[in-house]
Design a binder for this molecule. Structure first.
Ligand SMILES: *Cc1c(COP(=O)(O)O)cnc(C)c1O
Ligand SMILES: [Zn+2]
Length: 419
């Protein structure tokens, strides 16, 4: 792997101290590394966790930078030009809870982020670390939402972006990337093909930071902020159950890490939580591995409307299985029809329009309740990670588009009476 010209001073990324191999435990210094030199295992950011009080955090900005001391970012990050994602709403979901026979249900609604998905969190952290490491271009292979977030974050920071997606992506996600004006490439192939191309390009261009490839350890840390916010917004309490969609699996693994760090810092009552994973049946390699009791995840070729979750060879798959088994959770998958029905259920009961990934999560919530794996009486948080306006085709056939009437009372009454 080639390494960009080192910065003049030693790399300072807040309280982050090292990169440690998740497989063999070998520690490396902080830098643009993502695989262990000895065993090629993925690297994890380690910290000298600071002494931190709830009041310190509560005094911070109303975005992810309130948790900057727990992220691999420079200490003054809040004063730099970033998209300032995070601190999205935690919505008490009584309507949905009633329908599902639950007592205390919350939706962490990440559609409130700058480009309407949770990806703004991970990109903001990756960009901050990448700039400190001397990278000049922000790049990614994407299933759509990441493309939006990278293009927007680079525009805000005033640096170049190079974004690559499968050509069959939803038109909404194509347009909402192109508008930011970076270099935008559509590829004939699956996400996994695009990802392989990105890995080759990362080897060729030593000043390009592919957020989810060569700076992946830093990128992934951004998802911890979902865990931090959920706990803080519940009044510094970790929910008993959390249901998380799985693409690469990083979000799920890092929500658990976020909860663990808060417990370690004494910011929440030491409590037990169970983590549950959600996949679409048409791309369910982690769900299949869990159901079969495997430790490894067998790659699949995705075929589902939940394109933002369509990663057939998920990098964090085995670590998802670890978290699920360690916390006593479970994983399930739902069909495309169930995804659409779940999008409508969430919209009808809560007034929240989720993209297909949110439909997967709500659908799996319903399924795990029906199978008795989720406790309907335990406090539960589900993640709504993206906005329905980006996947309009998914619901186009399912919702009723009214036919036009003439502007008369009679015409109105005829239709109103009908319904
Ligand atoms: C990327 C994405 C996810 C999952 O992310 P991973 O960390 O790769 O598992 C979930 N929901 C949406 C909407 C996404 O775009
Ligand atoms: Zn190793």
């Amino acid at each position: 792997m080639t390494v960009p010209t080192p910065p003049l001073r030693a790399l300072q990324l807040g309280n982050a101290t090292s990169l440690t191999c998740r497989e063999c435990g070998k520690a490396t210094s902080l830098g643009p590394f993502y695989a262990c030199e000895d065993c090629f295992g993925p690297l994890e950011v380690g910290y000298d966790l600071p002494r931190l009080t709830r009041a310190d955090i509560e005094a911070g900005p109303l975005n992810i930078w309130r948790y900057a001391p727990l992220l691999p970012v420079p200490a003054d990050i809040a004063s730099r030009p970033t998209t300032e994602p995070g601190f999205t709403k935690l919505v008490r979901a009584d309507g949905l809870a009633r329908e599902l026979g639950m007592r205390r249900l919350w939706v962490k609604d990440d559609t409130g982020n700058p480009t309407h998905s949770f990806k703004d969190r991970v990109v903001a952290v990756a960009l901050a670390a990448a700039q400190e490491m001397g990278f000049k271009v922000l790049a990614c292979p994407s299933t759509g939402n990441l493309a939006n977030a990278v293009a927007a974050a680079a525009a805000r920071a005033g640096i170049r972006s190079v974004v690559m997606v499968p050509a069959n992506l939803e038109l909404q996600k194509i347009l909402t990337t192109a508008v930011y004006g970076g270099t935008f490439i559509t590829v004939d192939g699956t996400y996994d093909d695009v990802n392989r191309l990105a890995a080759e390009l990362a080897g060729e261009h030593d000043d390009w930071a592919f957020v989810n490839v060569n700076v992946r350890p830093f990128y992934a840390e951004g998802s911890k902020t979902l865990g931090f916010e959920i706990a803080e917004q519940l009044g510094w309490r970790i929910p008993e159950q959390v249901v998380v969609p799985i693409a690469s699996g990083a979000q799920l693994v890092k929500i658990d890490k976020g909860f663990s760090e808060l417990a370690e810092l004494g910011l929440v009552e030491q409590s037990k939580w169970r983590v549950f994973g959600a996949q679409a049946t048409g791309c369910s390699p982690v769900s299949q591995a869990f159901a079969n009791g495997w430790d490894v995840v067998k790659p699949v070729r995705p075929d589902t409307i939940a394109k933002s979750l369509a990663i057939g060879n998920p990098a964090d798959g085995p670590y998802v299985l670890d978290v699920i088994r360690r916390t006593g959770g479970s994983i399930a998958d739902v069909s495309d029809e169930e995804v659409v029905a779940a999008i409508q259920l969430l919209a009808r009961t809560q007034g929240i329009f989720a993209e297909t990934a949110g439909g997967v999560t709500v659908g799996v919530l319903r399924k795990l309740l029906a199978s008795g794996q989720l406790d309907p009486d335990a406090e539960t948080v589900i993640i709504n990670s993206g906005d329905g306006l980006k996947t309009l085709d998914a619901v186009a056939a399912a919702v009723v588009v009214p036919r036009a009437i003439s502007p008369t009372l009679d015409a109105f009454q005829a239709v109103f009476g009908e319904r």
